[in-house]
Structures are given as structure tokens and as C-alpha cells.
Design a protein around this ligand. Structure first.
Ligand code: HEC
Ligand code: HEC
Length: 297
């Protein structure tokens, strides 16, 4: 905030409050004696009903004075006068940070107790799983779905088809460090017909109906271009996150169009690391929740 704006705000706020004070004092004239008609406004209804301009009741007046004093005290203690931070140094951020710190202090022992429990045991503990589920809804469901069922490009965490492995260690590592799938694009290396051949071969691996001549021509291309990562039989390599291509479970879709897009353009699925964001104790609970979804190894 510029210092010019700062002073504009200070002046407007002070003038407003002083204006209120002036208005209240204006209304605070002593009441006329009974029968005194000097404060009659001159408005008359129904023949003889006259409007008086009498002062406010005392208690009401005092409420106004107290509000004005309160206003000044508040503006001294809390931010309100332009860039002045207030004597208490309060801010939304400092309050939020204090609350987060209190919550962490409160829950740290609980998380620490679970952190020492091995994952298979934790995945069978309903209270730990419930905590993991709440974390999952907050931090993971946007990508993996609220039930962990996944979406195109975002793996299903409830089946036992794993890109990187379903052991407790592998799942925890996926969440802590994140993962980065690197399927290279082949549009530059392979002609369109060669892509069509290898796509037919790959789709045939999972039992889809394909043109047998195309698929036969694709077999050698697969061995040459793809087997290094997906293994010669297409069953995948969890060390690289290269999916099993024989199980008819698809991360990006198994239609001819989807597989052609995958092979031509490549894919780069990114699972963000959560170590710094959540800390190891919370990730431990999340891993327990993911394992409890039944995927197993
Ligand atoms: C921004 C989206 C995103 C968020 C948020 C996210 N993930 Fe992922 N996750 C992915 C993607 C994409 C992959 C697959 C990476 C790949 O294709 O190589 C993945 C992979 C995984 C895997 C490995 C699956 C396998 O088959 O090996 C696990 C386990 C996992 N995520 C758990 C979680 C958990 C638990 C959370 C919450 C803390 C989470 N993810 C949050 C996108 C996300
Ligand atoms: C450098 C290693 C590597 C090579 C070489 C490679 N892939 Fe991949 N492939 C991957 C990885 C890793 C993924 C997962 C990408 C992700 O998670 O985003 C993948 C994903 C795929 C998918 C998507 C599977 C699904 O479930 O949707 C298909 C299909 C595929 N590859 C086919 C091929 C074919 C065909 C070739 C050869 C022309 C090939 N790949 C070569 C590593 C490789």
C-alpha cells in the first residue's frame, strides 16, 4: 500500500469517527421541560399530533459513546489504520499459523505412534485407516478419485495392477518421492504405418481383436523399440513404471486411437512428491489407507 493511500485511509477513518461524535453531540440537547414547545418540529398530524425533536434516551446515547471509544481502542490494537499493524501485531496469517502449530502439537504424538507401526498392521487398524482416508480425500482424491478408483492418466489404486509395485515399501516410496513416468514419443522414429503395426501388436497382447497381418508386422518392431522398457513379453517393468501391456488394464485407454496417441506422442504421468508437503508420518497413514483399498502386491 502506498503511503499516500495509507494517509487517505487514516484521515477518512478518523474523520468518520469524529463525525459520529459530532452527530451524537448534536442529538444530545437537554430535554425541554414539560409543556415546553421550543423543540416542536412543526410537523402536525391528525389535527393536533405534533412531532417533537427530543434528545435520545441516556442509555442509548451512552451506547454510541461506548462504540466510539471501542472503535479507537480497536484501531489501536488491530490493523485498520492504513498500513499500521496494530499494537497486538495480529494478522489473519499469524492466527492461522498459530492454529496450525497448535494442531500439529496436538496430533504429533498420535501420528508418531502410528509412524512406528509397520504398514501391514496399520492397514488393518480401522482408526488409522480412517485417518488415512481423511488425508486421502484432502490431498489425493482430486487426481485419484475420492474412492481411489483413478481416471484416465491417474492410476487406479484399488486393483492389484501397479505401475511401480504394490509392496508397502513401493507404495510409500511412490507417495513420499513422487513418480515420473517416461514413455518416449515415437512419432519421429517410426513412420505412421510402423506405429499402426506396433499398436496392433500391443492391442493384440491383451486379447483385443486386431488385424493379424498388422500385428505380425508389429512384433519385430516391438522387440526393437519397446521391449527394453516393457520387457519382451510386454509384461512391464515396475522399476521404470512401464505398464504391463498384456492385462487389458489401461492407464490411458486401450482403444486404437488412445494407444496410437500414446505411442506417437509419448506420455509423462507425474505423481507429485508429498514428503515435504505432508511429512513422513502422514504419508505413512496414507500408504496404510492405499494398501487397505485391497490392491496388495
Ligand atoms: C496431481 C495429481 C496427483 C495427486 C495429487 C496425487 N497423485 Fe498419485 N499419481 C498420480 C499420477 C499421474 C500417477 C502415475 C504416475 C505415472 O504415470 O508414472 C500417480 C501414482 C501414484 C501411485 C503409484 C501407483 C502405481 O500403480 O504404482 C500411488 C501409490 C499414488 N499415486 C498415491 C497417491 C496418494 C496417496 C496421493 C495423495 C497423497 C496422491 N497419489 C496424489 C497423480 C497424482
Ligand atoms: C523408455 C522406456 C519406454 C519405452 C522405450 C517404451 N515405453 Fe511405453 N511406456 C513407458 C512408461 C514409463 C509408460 C508409462 C507412462 C506414464 O506413466 O505416464 C509407458 C506407457 C505405455 C503405454 C500406455 C499403457 C496404458 O496402460 O495406458 C503404451 C500403450 C505403451 N507404453 C506402449 C509402448 C510401445 C508400443 C513402445 C514401443 C514403440 C513403448 N511403449 C516404448 C516406458 C517406455
Amino acid at each position: 500500500m502506498s503511503s499516500g493511500l495509507h494517509w487517505v485511509i487514516v484521515v477518512v477513518v478518523v474523520l468518520n469517527i469524529l463525525g459520529c461524535l459530532w452527530l451524537v453531540r448534536l442529538a444530545n440537547r437537554s430535554p425541554g421541560a414539560k409543556g415546553d414547545t421550543s423543540s416542536v418540529t412543526g410537523h402536525t398530524w391528525d389535527g393536533d399530533l405534533q412531532e417533537y425533536n427530543n434528545p435520545l434516551p441516556r442509555w442509548w446515547l451512552w451506547m454510541f459513546y461506548i462504540s466510539i471509544v471501542f472503535g479507537f481502542i480497536y484501531l489501536a490494537l488491530y490493523p485498520g489504520m492504513g498500513t499500521f499493524k496494530g499494537l497486538l501485531g495480529w494478522s489473519q496469517l499469524s492466527q492461522y499459523e498459530a492454529e496450525v502449530e497448535r494442531a500439529e502439537r496436538e496430533y504429533a504424538p498420535l501420528f508418531a505412534r502410528y509412524a512406528a507401526t509397520p504398514l501391514p498392521e496399520l492397514a488393518a487398524d480401522p482408526r488409522a485407516v480412517a485417518m488415512g482416508q481423511r488425508l486421502f480425500v484432502n490431498y489425493c482424491s482430486a487426481c485419484h478419485g475420492s474412492d481411489g478408483g483413478g481416471a484416465p492418466g491417474y492410476p487406479n489404486l484399488t486393483d492389484n495392477d501397479w505401475l511401480y509395485g504394490g509392496t508397502p515399501e513401493a507404495v510409500e516410496t511412490s507417495i513420499l518421492n513422487g513418480r515420473n513416468g517416461m514413455m518416449i514419443p515415437f512419432s519421429a522414429t517410426l513412420q505412421d504405418t510402423a506405429v499402426a503395426e506396433v499398436v496392433a501388436y500391443v492391442r493384440g497382447l491383451s486379447g483385443q481383436t486386431v488385424d493379424p497381418a498388422l500385428a505380425a508386422a508389429g512384433e519385430a518392431r516391438f522387440a526393437q523399440n519397446c521391449a527394453a522398457c516393457h520387457l519382451p513379453d510386454g509384461s512391464g517393468n515396475q522399476a521404470l513404471g512401464a505398464p504391463n501391456l498384456t492385462d487389458n488394464i489401461w492407464l490411458y485407454g486401450g482403444s486404437e486411437a488412445a494407444v496410437t496417441a500414446t505411442v506417437s506422442n509419448g506420455r509423462n504421468g507425474t505423481m507429485p512428491a508429498h514428503r515435504d508437503l505432508l511429512g513422513e508420518d502422514k504419508v505413512h497413514l496414507l500408504a496404510a489407507y492405499v494398501l487397505s483399498l485391497g490392491g496388495g502386491e
